[in-house]
Design a protein around this ligand. Structure first.
Ligand code: DX5
Ligand code: ZN
Length: 216
């Protein structure tokens, strides 16, 4: 499978959200990446259910929702209702991760788990076979436009090894500081999905930037 591109709506122009959604719909992008921040788990607040359900009326691609919130279990049903196809929670926010993952799946969504830059891949050893996706944070979560952390490559290789050993089909998604300089190296290391926010939306021609990332 060739790698997938998921533009991060966090970097879109919120006053022209419909225009930016249509751009992604018409582009070679595969998913919409949607960042939800609560100001508690991360030092920033983004947007919530009303904005996501408004987006859903226009999006023609998979809605990949990345929750950077404490106690995500409280909101699993709500995220299903507003249109999430994939729901990713942070390892660092879940005391009973197995239960959370099963709850996401029982709502008919795909389940993802995200790891902060300091969290080792090995913590997923006993749950990897239950996961549709692992999101490796390649910056500290909370803001777009930060620089890529080089240690990410090592984590991708370790995760790929864990996935292969478990015989699962878990996808590896990389989020933060993705650009044209690191995209082919990330794919070569084993990444399946690349999230890109600022690099896409702050570029002169976002549609072309997406094709560039898609080509690798
Ligand atoms: C950061 C978010 C990312 C962010 C990436 O906490 O999870 O999805 O939008 O933005 P860039 O691509 O600008 O680093
Ligand atoms: Zn994200």
């Amino acid at each position: 499978m060739s790698h997938l591109i998921a533009p991060s709506i966090l970097a879109a122009d919120f006053a022209n959200l419909q225009r930016d959604i249509e751009m992604v719909n018409q582009s070679e992008a595969d998913w919409f990446h949607i960042d939800v921040m609560d100001g508690v788990f991360v030092p920033n607040i983004s947007f919530g259910m009303p904005v996501i359900s408004a987006m859903k009326k226009h999006t023609k691609k998979i809605m990949d929702v990345h929750l950077m919130i404490v106690d995500p279990d409280k909101f699993i049903t709500d995220f299903k209702k507003v249109g999430a196809d994939i729901l990713t929670v942070h390892y660092e926010t879940c005391k009973h991760l197995h239960r959370t993952v099963q709850a996401i799946k029982s709502e008919g969504m795909q389940a993802g788990v995200s790891l902060n830059p300091h969290t080792p891949v090995a913590v997923l050893e006993d749950i990897i076979q239950d996961l549709d996706l692992v999101l490796i944070m390649s910056v500290n979560p909370g803001f777009g436009g930060q620089s890529f952390i080089e240690n990410t490559y090592k984590k991708i290789i370790q995760l790929k090894d864990l996935i292969e050993k478990s015989g699962s089909k878990t996808l590896i998604e990389i989020d933060g500081g993705v650009n044209d300089k690191n995209c082919s190296k990330l794919v070569a290391a084993g990444a399946d999905v690349l999230v890109a926010g600022s690099f896409v939306f702050k570029s002169e021609n976002p549609t072309e930037t997406i094709s560039k990332l898609k080509k690798g």
